[in-house]
Design a binder for this molecule. Structure first.
Ligand SMILES: [Fe+2]
Length: 251
């Protein structure tokens, strides 16, 4: 590649960074953006989220016996698929360019319809949620810089889990629990109602989501019925800390 061509690729990448940083409204967002030269071609969940539902990164039964296969099949194939379908309908009606990352819409969600808010959030949140999980492992916990940051912020991993579980358990009705980074890259725990998330300009908590937990009943009811706390307690065994760590290191 010529030096001129390299310069052009770098310029395009930096332009994309700036556009996303501005739209998300986070100083951290610029550096969070991957080195991809053109946002329109990026589909990785680590950085940009596509409007299309992506393949589940594991089989429906991969999270047994924490989340049962039937729950996963219905959750991914029906609930999340519907959010993906409906957000594209909303995007078509509201003249949104679906070749752009959905994060751009979420950052300005107050300017769009309730259909866009509910389904755009629903789509983004689930795409992130699938990536935040992997097959059950024993002694599952973060490592490296993320582990150090969690210890520093919350005093210990056990205390972090306790606070995060409380955020999920006390969310009234349907919603999400989050580990996210605020505009100064400080780790925070919070929850949002319905399909809202910390990227949205209407959200009480704002920042870059790092770890997402779905506490809608559709996420756990077949196996856990009304015992949301048991679902959360078991869920720690399938958290994909490598993925969360990668997102953290992109801040
Ligand atoms: Fe869900």
């Amino acid at each position: 590649m010529s030096s001129q061509s390299k310069s052009r690729r770098k310029f395009i990448a930096n332009s994309a960074k700036g556009a996303i940083a501005a739209s998300i409204g986070l100083s951290a967002a610029g550096s969070f953006i991957a080195s991809a030269a053109n946002a329109k071609t990026v589909t990785t969940h680590l950085v940009f989220t596509n409007f299309d539902q992506q393949p589940l990164p594991y089989k429906y039964d991969a999270l047994e016996n924490v989340i049962d296969a039937m729950t996963m099949e219905i959750h991914y194939g029906k609930h999340a698929a519907a959010y993906a379908k409906n957000v594209k309908e909303a995007a078509a009606a509201e003249m949104v360019d679906v070749t752009r990352p959905i994060e751009e819409v979420l950052a300005k969600i107050s300017k769009y319809s309730a259909k866009m808010r509910n389904n755009g959030g629903g789509h983004y949140n689930h795409e992130l949620f699938w990536q935040c999980m992997r097959a059950k492992t024993t002694d599952n916990k973060p490592s490296g810089k993320l582990a150090a940051a969690i210890d520093k912020t919350f005093t210990s991993f056990a205390e972090f889990k306790k606070q995060f579980a409380t955020a999920g358990a006390t969310r009234f009705g349907s919603g999400w629990a989050w580990l996210y980074a605020d505009k100064d890259n400080n780790l925070k725990i919070g929850s949002t109602p319905n399909q809202d998330n910390p990227l949205m300009d209407i959200s009480d908590i704002k920042g870059m989501p790092l770890l997402a937990l779905d506490v809608w009943e559709h996420a756990y009811y077949l196996k856990y019925q009304n015992k949301r706390a048991d679902y959360i307690e078991n869920w720690w065994n399938v958290v994909n800390w490598d993925f969360v760590q990668q997102r953290f290191e992109k801040l």
